[in-house]
Design a binder for this molecule. Sequence first.
Ligand code: SF4
Ligand code: SF4
Length: 346
Amino acid sequence: MSQTISLAGIRQLIGQWLGQGKRVAGPIRVNADTILYQNLTSAEALLLDGCVHPGNSIKEFVMPPHEKLYEYVVKGRDVELRNQEAFPPERLILGGRPCDAAALPILDHIFNWDFVDAAYNQRRQALTIVSLACTRQDDACFCTSVGLAPDAVQGSDALLVPLGNDEYEVRCQTPKGEALFAGKCTPSDRQGSVPAGPAKQFDAKQVEALITSQFEAPVWREQALACLGCGACAYGCPTCHCFDIVDEGHAGGGIRARNWDACQFPLFTLHASGHNPRQGQASRQRQRVYHKFHIYPEKFKEYLCTGCGNCVRRCPAGLGLLSVLTAIQQAGAAAPAAKGEEAKQP
Ligand code: SF4
Ligand code: SF4
């Protein structure tokens, strides 16, 4: 026996949350060409169809692009700290993509590993995420290559699976999901199903091994030739999490802020001495891939990539992780032959 809810029921739920002063976010159309995850001001704005993936990711709701950590006021020889707002408001995300929700457990590891980040954890605790299983894909999607699927439930409190005619099967995964849908669903014998998703584009285990053996391979330089170092790939990525902490102030006080940063920026690794250990875009591209498919998996036994394809969609130079990963796999496959050629030479 399954549980189902209609689109009207979902909109009613949103209206109730908004009416209680809570926040609700989901995909909305911001203009003719752009769909983004944003806060909803009305239940009707939620878009559960019409795009493969919004242009941004839901990480913005647990890790804002700009965050004031605290204010400080200089009073003579003393400095007074003014902490930020207390616990953040409860937030519901509806219609998140499974590849975005799957990034949340990954971010949880990052923000609780060597330092327990209170601001992140409070926002995360206040969040309920209801994902929508994908019925469509585009050429950028590669969730199946990193072990996920269009109906993956990692990180979701509940998953909606379309049944057609604006009806959805509700698959609750956590007590938060069960509490959200309690008394709002109808028992049914209908089971939702979605297509299998994109064909596997590369062997992630093989890539994991190859990026070490191919560390100095020309493929990095070739792939990075077109890269502008704009960081759009990292900013739209649900798992990229680099940030910088800066003081923005004047003689009388100011704020300490946390801002998104990206390993694709030349300044990211610039030392105060002027030395930059990652001098070219090739080494920055390699670092991003290396982190996602070697450094992070070595520590946490999972990839730092959910195959959402946003880095592919957003790249103004037509790059993104998919082309790099497939090129590495090809370079790795060609490597033994190349060695053989070298061996024949005098
Ligand atoms: S690296 Fe690209 S495909 Fe992987 S999670 Fe980030 S944006 Fe998505
Ligand atoms: S979005 Fe494309 S051009 Fe911009 S830094 Fe990433 S790979 Fe380079």
